[in-house]
Write a protein that binds this ligand. Structure first.
Ligand SMILES: Cc1ncc(C[n+]2csc(CCOP(=O)(O)OP(=O)(O)O)c2C)c(N)n1
Ligand SMILES: [Mg+2]
Length: 377
């Protein structure tokens, strides 16, 4: 029997026929460079240069101190809310250090340490979470988009910016940070799909910290791993140990290079853990065991790199003391800044919302003006 001809619509176009599914799949186990004790392991990744490793370590220590200070400020009523990234420093720092000055970062509410690593002023970083102002920094100055609270919306923003850069002929890569829970959003699906179709210069970094508030990963997805989702979009994927700053840094650096050289997006899943509760408004003890947290504390990203650097003789007492002093200096500047009362102009509510304010907004603005005048009389 002669096989019926394959309908033309079912034939793979020429440019798709060289896509090898195996090349798109992540490794079965996470890529890493250091084990939990800070010992170098065999890896297909190359160890970053000494100065890069020291920079990663310093920024993680400073970032953790910033994070602890912000958490303390919520307890003192100086900060409305703070989602801690304690335990996730290897992702926050490793990824951002891989960006070039012209690249853009699209962070979430969890990624304040990524902002500080990118150079955003720590006080400006906390303005939003203090509840004073929609955004405390100029996104164009730092090339950092506003921290997004609606899950996964930043994935679309990143693809939009990256695609626009390609159209304009600009050499710009967009790095978007998202959580395990955000991968279930429709926006993520659309962003991954069009990033791959358009070969947009985007790096998707999923920080899989085990939970979406109280929902564990097993209730979030039936996929073998979140990185496996990439193949469905025709996008190469990487699974990496998210508590190994050196490994995260190298895989993001490779993905940035791929994107910048016209090879399109990469999906990276970094396996990590959120040590603190979801935010100061959450009590994680209601849905997870202390033993689980203790097991992840054993895999601490800062301890791991510190042990490696110390064993190689790259980190002595003096260097450690200097880094601690830098971190304490930053914490005390943040304390002083946040403990100062700010006068917020109520009318500022209406600024920067619409280029052309709506009729309703104008009416509300007038109402507030009248009320404030009456109060002043
Ligand atoms: C579109 C949308 N739906 C629901 C929420 C409420 N919400 C806030 S954080 C969160 C969990 C997100 O988990 P994950 O993506 O894993 O990020 P993580 O908080 O662990 O960093 C949810 C459901 C939201 N902010 N936006
Ligand atoms: Mg999560």
């Amino acid at each position: 029997m002669v096989a019926p001809p394959v309908p033309e619509s079912a034939q793979l176009p020429e440019e798709l026929s060289d896509r090898h599914p195996e090349a798109l799949l992540p490794t079965p186990t996470p890529l890493h460079l250091l084990d939990a004790n800070g010992r170098e392991v065999d890896s297909r990744l190359s160890m970053p240069e000494e100065d890069v490793l020291l920079d990663l370590y310093r920024r993680m220590v400073v970032g953790r101190r910033f994070d602890a200070q912000a958490t303390a400020l919520t307890k003192q009523g100086r900060l409305a809310v703070y989602p801690s990234s304690r335990g996730q420093e290897a992702c926050e720092v490793g990824a951002v250090v891989a960006l070039r000055p012209q690249d853009w970062l699209f962070p979430t509410y969890r990624d304040s340490v990524a902002l500080v690593t990118r150079g955003v002023d720590p006080m400006e970083t906390l303005t939003l979470l203090r509840g004073d102002w929609h955004l405390g920094y100029d996104p164009y100055e730092y090339r950092v988009a506003p921290q997004c609270t609606p899950l996964a919306t930043n994935t679309l923003h990143a693809v939009g910016l990256a695609h626009a850069a390609t159209v304009k002929g600009e050499d710009t890569v967009a790095l978007v940070l998202l959580g395990d829970g955000a991968t279930s959003e429709g926006d993520t699906h659309e962003a991954l799909n069009f990033a791959a179709v358009w070969k947009s210069p985007v790096v998707f970094l999923v920080q899989n910290n085990g939970y979406a508030i109280s929902v564990p990963l097993a209730k979030q997805t039936a996929a073998p791993s979140l990185a496996h989702k990439g193949i469905g979009y025709g996008m190469p994927s990487v699974l990496v140990d998210g508590n190994d700053a050196a490994a995260v840094h190298v895989v993001v650096r490779e993905a940035v290079e791929r994107a910048a050289t016209g090879h399109g997006p990469t999906l990276i899943e970094a396996l990590t853990y959120r040590i603190e509760s979801h935010t100061n408004a959450d009590d994680a003890q209601r849905y997870r065991d202390d033993a689980e947290v203790a097991a992840w504390l054993e895999r601490d990203p800062i301890d791991r790199l510190e042990r490696y650097l110390t064993a190689r003789g790259l980190l002595g007492e003096d260097a450690r003391a200097a880094i601690t002093a830098e971190a304490e200096g930053l914490a005390s500047r943040v304390r002083a800044g946040m403990n100062a009362d700010v006068e917020v102009d109520p009318m500022s509510l209406f600024q920067h919302v619409y280029a052309q304010p709506t009729l309703q907004l104008r009416a509300q603005q007038q109402l507030l003006t009248d009320e404030l005048l009456q109060e002043a009389e």
